[in-house]
Ligand binder design. Structure first.
Ligand code: GLN
Length: 289
């Protein structure tokens, strides 16, 4: 192909900007374009920024066009590429698991900061999805034995692949936490969970690339009982958390006080509600009595 006909990185940026205007905000389009070009062309983001006139091979340009078609349909870039990053680690993702979110990294950070001095023990992650919480905890707290459960067999398969990818040993179990009486595990020093917490009301405010593509079992809760998972996990924790063990939750920003109350009513101590980087009530920690 003649050089004059070859696309440059700048041309791709322009095509993505034009094509995605109806789907994303401008800053999101820039981030998505940069990520996509970086992954598909195998170039660092710094190189892309520094040399935007670099030409792109025809095959690569074609791949970038195909991805743009999927992006225009609203499919999240992480599902298109099949990978994402969480807590500095790579994770495989597909529509059977929720795409790991930055606010969940803050929950992991909190757990690591409070667990770091413990010599050993068990950690249990409930509703593990891609395994992002369990795997990043095991990577940073190798002295702990980490187990994780999820109701979805597909999610467990993905989480197992992610443990292999990150070279850690995590015990994954397919289980429904709402049937917690059936779960047999050694008592834990830490129980952590980012359970489904999106209500029908929240759904109306959400971007369709979340509601149309991400797994509904991982997201939504019944209208009449939005804290169903928090109650079940707290009850499970009363039976399975060691005395003075820690319970960590990611929460719906609208239910901070209610989640705290559930835990206080069940006699958990030192309950702390924290905001995420966007200033929204997003996580709770409690200590078993
Ligand atoms: N934080 C996710 C979202 O906004 C929801 C995660 C969950 O339901 N646990 O889409």
């Amino acid at each position: 192909m003649l050089l004059c006909c070859m696309k440059t990185i700048n041309d791709v940026f322009a095509e993505y900007k034009k094509g995605l205007g109806a789907v994303y905000e401008l800053n999101e389009i820039e981030a998505i374009s940069l990520l996509t070009i970086s992954e598909v062309c195998n170039l660092s983001k710094a190189k892309i920024k520094a040399f935007p006139e670099t030409t792109i091979a025809a095959k690569v340009a074609e791949k970038l066009e195909d991805i743009l078609v999927e992006l225009k349909a609203g499919k999240p870039i992480q599902y298109i590429l099949g990978t994402t990053e969480f807590y500095g680690l790579p994770f495989l993702v597909n529509p059977s698991v929720l795409i790991p979110r930055p606010e969940t990294e803050e929950l992991v950070e909190w757990a690591i900061s409070l667990a770091g001095n413990e010599q050993k023990g068990n950690i249990l992650d409930i509703g593990t999805g891609s395994g992002c919480i369990a795997i990043s905890l095991k990577k940073n707290l190798p002295q702990f034995d980490v187990s994780a459960i999820d109701i979805s067999a597909e999610a467990i398969k993905t989480a197992e692949s992610n443990a292999v990818l990150n070279k850690v040993d995590v015990n994954f179990i397919q289980q429904d936490i709402l049937k917690y009486a059936e779960i047999e595990l050694p008592n834990s020093s830490i129980i952590i969970s980012n359970p489904p917490y999106v209500t029908l009301h929240d759904k109306t405010q959400m971007h369709t690339n979340v509601t149309d593509f991400e797994p509904h079992t991982a997201l939504f809760v019944p209208k009449n009982d939005p804290l169903i998972f928090y109650k079940a996990i707290a009850d499970f924790a009363l039976l399975n958390l060691l005395p003075a063990g820690l319970l960590f939750f990611e929460i719906n920003e609208s239910y901070g006080e209610e989640t705290v109350k559930i835990l206080a009513d069940k006699q958990f101590k030192n309950i702390e509600l924290r905001k995420d980087m966007s200033g929204r009530d997003r996580m709770v920690k409690a200590v078993n009595h």
